[in-house]
Design a protein around this ligand. Structure first.
Ligand SMILES: [Zn+2]
Length: 422
């Protein structure tokens, strides 16, 4: 067992209360959380956290990890130009080995900013499964098919191959978006989800244009149209949800769907500000994602949490709108549950040890009046001292301890990017 002691602990098990104590892990599992008992067992390693904060790790509930290769490639251009001239043609050139390499670049950033799981939508799931599992990180791969009903065979094949692929790798049914597929695909995915009793995820109502075009095509918003086809009989959710109205949120509330928000990407691409305040008030479940590094540009949960709350205050013209702690819950517990990682959500006995240590001595976190709010409003990814996934320490004090050679990853990516963008 490994003992993490002399810690402040925020278990996030029902509240964001912070207590003093210790936590023990055995293999991938948390064996004890609480005050120091009178008698201690033998430990393989004892880590004195020096009063720093132990809390659940972040989970990135919407990303395209390998898009790291297009970070800062085209900036300050309109969305359609960016997507059709600066993203799609270059993505067409990617090989599985490229995706593996660019996933590893993303993993360096995830681990250094306290993220232990990615809900990833991209090409070549085999390559991503290898990159994440070798690095000790969790990957929930989300289906991203587009087209017509015949494309659902590929989704079904991937689902069968990856649903129980590796202890760190899982799969969720999904398709790219309503506007990149036709009704035959939507009906076939709904049928598959019902047969398998599985949740379904998709990009939804990210831009006003796509939201309104769906209404023109189907006489209903994307959420109401897809719900009418029986897509979400076993749950799931949507990525972005920027243009959701009350009726759309009611669908998500009724079906227990996850509203996965990506505030930085939505701001950068001028897509809009999602109605997170209304979701929190109405009991719609919230999760947070970064989207890909080309549209964000970071893979940084702290920026998402910060923008997630302050944009609501601005949008509602109310400094009390959407309390900061709601974003902390969305980025950790909410995102874990959205991805199906229900045993990786909070710090309690029997749960997976997916957790981070925050440097509470950092100047930007002093004084520690209200720790959860301070993490959201004052926190920074540089405050992450340690990242643990499935009980393994993958990152500690600026060093990757999972065998990944950060310099080699950067060199490999640089030569691939030169080839792809020439
Ligand atoms: Zn996306």
């Amino acid at each position: 067992m490994i003992r993490y002691h002399n810690a402040k602990i925020m278990t996030m098990n029902g509240s964001t209360a912070v207590t003093e104590g210790e936590l023990w892990t055995e293999g991938s599992v948390i064996r004890y959380v609480g005050r120091q008992p009178a008698v201690l067992p033998e430990f393989e390693r004892e880590i004195d956290l020096g009063g720093n904060l132990l809390m659940p790790s972040f989970k990135n509930a919407h990303t395209h990890s390998a898009m790291t290769f297009l970070r800062s490639f085209a900036e300050d251009v309109p969305l359609q130009t960016w997507l059709f001239e600066k993203v799609f043609p270059y993505e067409d050139r990617l090989t599985p080995d490229d995706v593996y390499a660019f996933d590893r670049l993303a993993i360096l950033e995830y681990l250094a900013s306290g993220t232990t799981a990615a809900f990833d939508m991209y090409f070549f799931p085999e390559a991503s499964a290898a990159a994440f599992s070798e690095a000790g990180m969790r990957l929930t791969f989300c289906g991203s098919i587009s087209g017509t009903a015949k494309d659902v065979d590929r989704l079904n094949d991937q689902f069968r191959k990856f649903r129980h692929f590796h202890p760190l790798v899982s799969y969720r049914l999904g398709f790219h978006a309503e506007y990149t597929s036709d009704e035959s695909l939507h009906r076939a995915v709904a049928k598959l989800a019902q047969a398998e009793k599985e949740p379904v995820f998709t990009h939804i109502s990210e831009t006003k244009k796509e939201h309104e075009e769906c209404i023109a095509r189907h006489g209903a918003s994307p959420a109401q149209y897809l719900d009418s086809l029986g897509l979400w009989e076993y749950g799931g959710g949507g990525f972005h949800c920027v243009w959701f109205d009350e009726a759309d949120r009611a669908v998500f509330k009724k079906k227990g769907l996850w509203f996965v928000s990506c505030p930085c990407s939505n701001a950068k691409l001028a897509s809009g500000i999602a109605p997170l305040t209304e979701c929190a008030e109405e009991g719609v479940q919230l999760a947070l994602g970064t989207d890909g590094a080309a549209s964000n540009n970071g893979l940084d949960p702290f920026r998402e949490m910060y923008l997630g709350t302050v944009l609501q205050k601005l949008r509602k013209n109310d400094a009390a709108a959407l309390p900061a702690a709601e974003l902390l819950k969305a980025a950790t517990v909410g995102s874990a549950r959205a991805m199906g990682l229900t045993d990786c959500d909070v710090l309690s006995e029997g749960r997976q040890a997916d957790m981070i240590v925050i440097d509470m001595k950092a100047a930007n976190l002093q004084p520690a009046h209200h720790i959860p709010e301070s993490l959201v409003l004052s926190g920074d990814r540089m405050n992450v001292k340690m990242t643990v996934c499935a009980g393994k320490i993958l990152y500690e004090n600026g060093v990757y301890t999972n065998g990944i050679d950060a310099d080699a990853v950067r060199r490999d990516c640089a030569s691939r990017i030169a080839r792809l963008t020439q």
